[in-house]
Design a protein. Structure first.
Length: 264
């Protein structure tokens, strides 16, 4: 199997969706096994004719004789997950940027999104798209669907708080800037992002460090560029999220990809 990544074509979708991954069983007869690492995306996957097994941080996906469309929704990815495809399958995965998913569904909290997704017409759409053979036609149909669901939402305070989490402001300073308590910053983060403000920030700094590794000279520089106290603090945080030493990680992971995969 081969994994192919595509950025949204439409400028509206580009604001809220990071991209789409397609896996096609017609590309190769090989199986696929990898580790994927923490991120702050909301992720919806649709697999065709599969049986799906999840056990803590391990997922096994096998081909099934029973015809089905399996929908998987991930709103909190904070540790490495082993993904094992036992046989070739067809799959589409959509990665939403933080807060992006709320412009396509009516739910106002992350904990209600899965139920809304499962009960919507999304499953039928995926069945139709996965039956198509032409990739450009698949993407066009998928984007037309998201555009039909799109609703501009005004979320000024929430967006401002979330944007501040990308900055070097302490969480107490973010709270003071918005005239709210630290507890309320965490309440907003958990409600809309599915994780605490500190957890969101820790994962974002990890992702930034991965992106910056192409241009910095060493781990010490990488640590300070991403607001860690020192190199040892950076290494500890990195290992907490990946279970792998930074040097080993960077030697084995293709950091050009938006999703970080360590093939096993």
């Amino acid at each position: 199997m081969r994994v192919n990544f595509y950025k949204p074509d439409h400028p509206i979708l580009e604001k809220y969706i990071e991209g789409y991954y397609f896996i096609s069983k017609d590309d190769s007869a090989a199986t696929l096994n990898y580790l994927t690492f923490p991120d702050n995306y909301f992720i919806i996957s649709a697999c065709e004719n599969v049986s799906f097994f999840r056990d803590q941080n391990k997922v096994e996906i096998s081909a099934s004789e029973e015809e089905n469309i399996f929908i998987d929704f991930v709103s909190r990815c904070n540790s490495p997950v082993e993904i094992h495809y036992k046989q070739p399958i067809n799959e589409i995965t959509v990665y939403f940027k933080p807060l992006g998913i709320y412009h396509f569904f009516s739910s106002e909290e992350s904990r209600f999104l899965e139920k809304e997704i499962i009960s919507s017409d999304f499953t039928e759409l995926m069945k139709m798209i996965l039956a198509k053979k032409d990739r450009r036609n698949q993407i066009e149909t998928l984007e037309n669907y998201w555009l039909s669901k799109y609703k501009e939402k005004e979320m000024p305070v929430i967006e401002s708080v979330v944007n501040a989490l990308y900055s070097d402001l302490k969480i107490e300073e973010i709270a003071a800037k918005h005239g709210i308590s630290r507890q309320y910053v965490n309440k907003i983060s958990k409600k809309y992002l599915g994780k605490s403000a500190s957890e969101f920030r820790k994962i974002q700094r990890f992702r930034n460090a991965v992106s910056l590794n192409k241009s910095v000279k060493n781990l010490t520089e990488l640590s300070y560029e991403n607001l860690f106290y020192d190199q040892s603090h950076f290494i500890k945080s990195f290992k907490d999220l990946t279970k792998i030493q930074p040097h080993t990680f960077f030697e084995n992971v293709n950091i050009e990809e938006k999703n970080l995969w360590f093939f096993i």
